[in-house]
Write a protein that binds this ligand. Structure first.
Ligand code: AMP
Length: 444
């Protein structure tokens, strides 16, 4: 299947070719004809499947095919997303795919200057990409007119519900014309989403590109058993020794994110944090620095990282395991994207084992427990009476890590050789490591 067989206009095909894509992803192959045919759609697709283009391309086409003269404030397509980062990225996709047949678009999201967004809206925009809260602020100010909305997209619908946007979403829907086409994209389908689809969608076509609650086959999952007090040293070791090159590291709290960032920075690692307490400009700058390889590690909280789109991200590290197994699916959706393999490494302490079991149940498979190259993180000394990690055997993972280094486009060998200092090395070559308290070296 090629993009031209999907029935897209030449201007869009040119923009797709400019982006370097030659083959549509499964969600694009299935969803684009459905949207072009005017049907409502419920799509099970997580970040990394190419879902953005699956709705942006056909909407651009439909809007172009039926140009209308409207008041400046009238919006024709409304795309709701959970976070400002995703709003910015989706709007960038609108610009990218629409560059040879431009339509006016704007991203509106909280935490950024309201007057600036008002000015942009005043200039007129057929397509608005918005987070729900800020959008409603603008509606109450009379800055947006919903009377001409033809398309509504809920992107990452499950995340929006998790973030407490359900009332805002219901309010927004109640303000829209009844005659419209609605599309819902979600990685997971908890009960609340199923209820929402019943009121939102009319006889929807369904597309499911990954089994519900599953993870992409391109991601290798690894558990490293590490107690909390050793997690920072373990992560620092993996990065300093080049086992992990460029990683998005998830922590649970903002405070934890700052603390880890400072600690890694002290170890000479180029690192930045994104979380809700950081200014929007700082978050954008950190994301850009990470994408461009100026920093190697981006430490993020769940919410701040939602929907961020980074090509060829080789590693996601769960520094803390998420309390909800569905969050695990979302987190690791940041790697193994667009055909590029990824590794999801989870540092799991004893107290987190119940969460690990939930995750394994949700994704439907056990996650192998492996050793950190160069040292043994588990089993714990027998005197403590613990069995080897999770009751499963451990294998060394040196080859897995090494293979990822060679596929990392942003931080090649040059980065590593001039990169972070090895701060705890015994100095005897790759994988050398000062044994952590309570651990023994592998003897290799
Ligand atoms: P998304 O799931 O929309 O966040 O997209 C994930 C990544 O896949 C983005 O970086 C897109 O630029 C990229 N992408 C989207 N469609 C294709 C395609 N047909 N071929 C290759 N990459 C794609």
């Amino acid at each position: 299947m090629s993009f031209s067989e999907l029935g897209l206009r030449p201007e869009l095909l040119r923009a797709i070719a400019d982006s370097g894509y030659d083959t549509p992803t499964p969600v694009q192959t299935e969803a684009i004809p459905i949207v072009l045919a005017g049907r409502d759609l419920m799509a099970g697709a997580q970040t990394g499947t190419g879902k953005t283009a699956a709705f942006v391309l056909p909407i651009l086409q439909r809007l172009h095919e039926s140009p209308v003269e409207l008041d400046r404030r009238a919006v024709r397509a409304l795309i709701l997303v959970p976070t400002r980062e995703l709003a910015i990225q989706v709007e960038e996709s609108v610009q990218t795919y629409g560059k040879h047949a431009p339509l006016r678009s704007v991203a509106v999201y909280g935490g950024a200057s309201l007057p600036d967004q008002l000015r942009e809206l005043d200039a007129g925009a057929e397509i608005v990409v918005a987070t729900p809260g800020r959008l409603l602020d603008l509606v109450w100010r009379g800055s947006i007119d919903f009377g001409a909305v033809e398309f509504l997209v809920l992107d990452e619908a499950d995340r929006m519900l998790d973030m407490g946007f359900i009332d805002d979403i219901r309010m927004i829907i109640s303000l829209l014309p009844k005659e419209r086409q609605s599309l819902l994209f979600s990685a997971t389908f908890p009960e609340a989403i199923k209820r929402l689809t019943k009121t939102l969608l009319r006889e929807p076509a369904t597309v499911q590109v990954t089994p519900p609650n599953s993870t992409t086959a391109l991601v290798d999952h690894v558990v490293l058993r590490v107690e909390d007090s050793h997690k920072k040293a373990t992560l620092s070791h993996l990065i300093s020794n080049g086992h992990v090159t460029s990683a998005l590291v998830f922590v649970r709290t903002k405070h934890g994110a700052d603390r880890l960032t400072n600690q890694l920075a002290r170890d000479g690692i180029r690192v930045a944090a994104i979380h809700g307490d950081r200014a929007q400009s700082q978050r954008i700058a950190a994301l850009e620095d990470f994408k461009d390889g100026r920093i190697h590690v981006l430490v993020a909280t769940e919410v701040a990282a939602r929907g961020i789109d980074i090509d060829a991200l080789p590693y996601v590290v769960n520094y803390d395991l998420p309390r909800s197994a569905e969050d695990y699916v979302h987190r690791i959706g940041r790697t193994g994207r667009a055909g590029v393999d990824g590794v999801a490494i989870s540092l799991v302490s004893e107290s987190e084992l119940p969460y690990l079991r939930d995750i394994e149940q949700l994704i439907g498979k056990p996650i192998p427990v492996e050793q950190v190259p160069g040292f043994v993180s588990a089993p714990r000394p027998r005197a403590e009476g613990r069995s080897p990690a999770n009751g499963r055997g451990e294998t060394a993972v040196g080859s897995r890590y090494a293979s990822r280094q060679s596929t990392n486009r942003r931080t090649g060998p040059a980065h590593r050789s001039s990169g972070p200092r090895q701060t705890r090395s015994t100095g005897s070559g790759r994988g050398s490591w000062t044994a952590l308290p309570g651990e023994r070296t592998s003897g290799s």
